[in-house]
Design a protein around this ligand. Structure first.
Ligand SMILES: Nc1ncnc2c1ncn2[C@@H]1O[C@H](COP(=O)(O)OP(=O)(O)OP(=O)(O)O)[C@@H](O)[C@H]1O
Length: 606
């Protein structure tokens, strides 16, 4: 038995005993289900996507108020008089989802541009604003709220009792977890996970990070709105109190304490915080002899403790505990026949793939690149060398769309790339690695490499959620596997990338770049951290890629590696090209010897 079986057994047991549970237990379980919906959205947003929000309670409010308003307002009732009354709450759900999507999109468009601490501060600001809007709008009943919200009916079934509505709450929650799990286990899921490592890597893989962030934000808000909709029909009245910023913070507690990177962590967190709140609200006033929301202080302390002792939350500990007596979960089988992936015809041998003309980059007074000219042709290895601070990384950024030159131009496959983002470079066939390795450390080598093939698939979120992307996914994973094998990493295919030595992580980055089927490969210090034999196999791999017609640009400090491999070398010093030519010409150039090598011959050079 594995933990997936255990989950199914737990769900079946809950379903069996549901009719026999005490009303109080049903109430608790209903609230746990409702809170879990919101916390699951936060896991996606914060734990997976790296965006913290304190304002989710406001979206719960939007879902609750939309349905409460449409079900009770005389204006809406007059307009909908011809409809069967049981249908109106479902229109309330549609209205809630539409309003939430619109507001979340607008708020996201403004807030998600903020970085660092400003993003959570921004969410507090709009969380407070929405709360006061609920309280001050007369049509929403002000701070008194709206009473007389009708119960839900579904295909004629009456869901007025908490026991009946609870079934809907848990079915919706479990379906949400299933679809989100599917989403994370897909091409789009890998793109979502890549957001946390920062925009540069994700964009270089072809991921439109701004779009992914806003979609994630709207999805988390919609989950909160669905929770609010069910909450309104459970309580039968709404007022602003449950949607204030304190509750927004409690939702964040749930996600973080449970384990903000794990969907089931949200359920664990929601369960713990709900049960704890229940106990503390009774206990603390008795202990302290005064009434108040003292439980918030305990939650704060609990969160500090959890963050200190188990930064990933309690779910990984819980899962590790169950693993002792359960078998590991086998990877989800995908027996679909692989779809055809988009393929790229490589440019003719010897044709110019990348052309940098007079590229200059100024940082205030400092000229990091000074009118640099460089071309890379298909079927050649071009090395860019120079002492520390010569401007190599800056130039790399200029030719990969991370930054724009102050003047000069960069052409990729003959196209002017001025102001184009990195993902446009990736779309034209530029694959790259990073000086400081950027991998999804906790994910397997296979998933990391598959991210490199992002642009070769096209299935979106909906397909992934409903598992309609299986053929494409099989093809992407097969392609990733091929590249892993080609780079000699097959034995580590299921290993989390972070547990590999740094040198091998660099090779994983190369495999990831190759999965995108590039026409040009930019490698930033690929040999750093590799042992002698590993360097030799890297050189063999690059030689083979060159023979296949790839254009390769390498920035490298290891002179032996460069001199033995490169067809042409460009030498930078203080941002200026001081020499360019074959390894022999460069080694013989007195300026190179003087400036770069202190007058000595290059290490490893003949
Ligand atoms: N964002 C920035 N703002 C200001 N100065 C910068 C910035 N980025 C780089 N520089 C400066 O530009 C110069 C070139 O730096 P760059 O990192 O490109 O050199 P490098 O050749 O890659 O060095 P290394 O081999 O150590 O990586 C350095 O003087 C550096 O301090």
């Amino acid at each position: 038995m594995n933990s997936r079986h255990l989950t199914l057994i737990a769900i079946a047991l809950l379903a069996l005993i549901w009719s026999f549970l005490a009303p109080f237990t049903i109430t608790l379980l209903n609230y746990i289900g409702l809170y879990s919906m919101v916390a699951v959205g936060l896991v996606l947003l914060t734990g997976v996507g790296g965006m913290t929000s304190f304002g989710q309670a406001a979206f719960v409010g939007l879902g609750a108020y939309a349905t409460a308003w449409i079900c009770t307002s005389p204006v809406a009732q007059a307009a909908l008089a011809s409809l069967p009354p049981g249908l109106v709450p479902w229109l309330g759900l549609l209205l809630g989802l539409a309003v939430t999507a619109l507001i979340a999109w607008a708020l996201g468009a403004v807030t998600l541009r903020l970085s660092g601490h400003y993003l959570p501060l921004g969410t507090i600001a709009w969380g407070l604003s929405l709360y006061y809007i609920f309280g001050n709008l007369e049509m929403l009943g002000g701070f008194t709220g709206i009473t007389g919200v009708p119960p839900l009916t579904l295909f004629g079934m009456d869901l007025s009792s908490p026991r009946a509505l609870g079934i809907l709450i848990w079915v919706v929650l479990l379906l949400s977890i299933w679809t989100l799990h599917n989403l994370l286990d897909s091409r789009e899921g890998r793109a979502i996970r890549s957001l946390k490592t920062g925009r540069v890597m994700a964009e270089s893989m072809g991921v439109d990070t701004a779009r992914q962030r806003i979609k994630l934000f709207v999805l988390a808000a919609l989950l909160a709105a669905v929770s609010g909709w069910m909450y309104a029909h459970l309580q039968r009245f709404v007022n602003p109190t449950p949607f204030n910023i304190n509750i927004g913070i409690e939702y964040l507690f749930m996600a973080v304490v449970g384990g903000s990177g794990y969907l089931w962590g949200a359920v664990l967190g929601a369960t713990l915080i709900t049960l704890l709140k229940e106990q503390l609200q009774d206990l603390l006033p008795k202990l302290l002899g005064a009434s108040g929301n003292f439980e918030v202080i305990v939650f704060g302390l609990l969160m500090l403790l959890v963050l200190q002792r188990a930064a990933e939350g309690l779910w990984p500990l819980f899962a590790a505990g169950t693993r002792k007596f359960l078998k590991p979960i086998p990877p989800r089988a995908n027996s679909a026949a692989p779809a055809e992936l988009a393929t790229r015809a490589l440019p003719d041998a010897g044709s110019v793939v990348l052309q940098a003309d007079e590229v200059t980059k100024r940082f205030s007074g400092l000229i990091a690149n000074n009118a640099v000219n460089l071309t890379v042709k298909s079927g050649e290895v071009h090395a860019l060398i120079g002492p520390n601070g010569a401007g190599k990384s800056t130039f790399f950024n200029m030719i990969s769309g991370v930054d724009d030159p102050t003047s000069g131009s960069v052409k990729l496959m003959g196209q002017d790339m001025k102001t184009k983002p990195s993902r446009a470079f990736a779309a034209l066939g530029l694959g790259r690695t990073f000086q400081h390795v950027r991998l999804l450390g906790q994910r397997s080598v296979l998933e990391n490499v598959a991210l490199g093939a992002h642009l070769r698939g096209h299935r979106g979120w909906m397909s992934a959620m409903l598992r309609l992307d299986r053929r494409e996914e099989a093809a992407l994973l097969a392609e990733a596997r091929r590249q892993i094998e080609r780079c000699g990493l097959l034995e580590y295919i299921d290993t989390p990338a972070a547990s590999l030595p740094l040198g091998q992580q660099r090779i994983v980055e190369i495999a990831r770049a190759l999965a995108g089927q590039p026409a040009i490969l930019l490698l930033d210090e690929p040999a750093a951290g590799l042992r002698h034999l590993e360097k030799q196999s890297l050189a063999a791999l690059l030689t083979q890629l060159r023979a296949e017609g790839l254009a390769i640009l390498v920035v490298e400090h290891d002179m032996e590696f460069v001199m033995n491999l490169a067809d042409r070398i460009t030498v930078l010093e203080f941002g200026t090209v001081i020499a360019s030519g074959s390894p022999a010409q460069v080694q013989a150039d007195p300026r190179v010897m003087a400036a770069y090598l202190g007058g000595d011959l290059p290490e490893g050079a003949a």
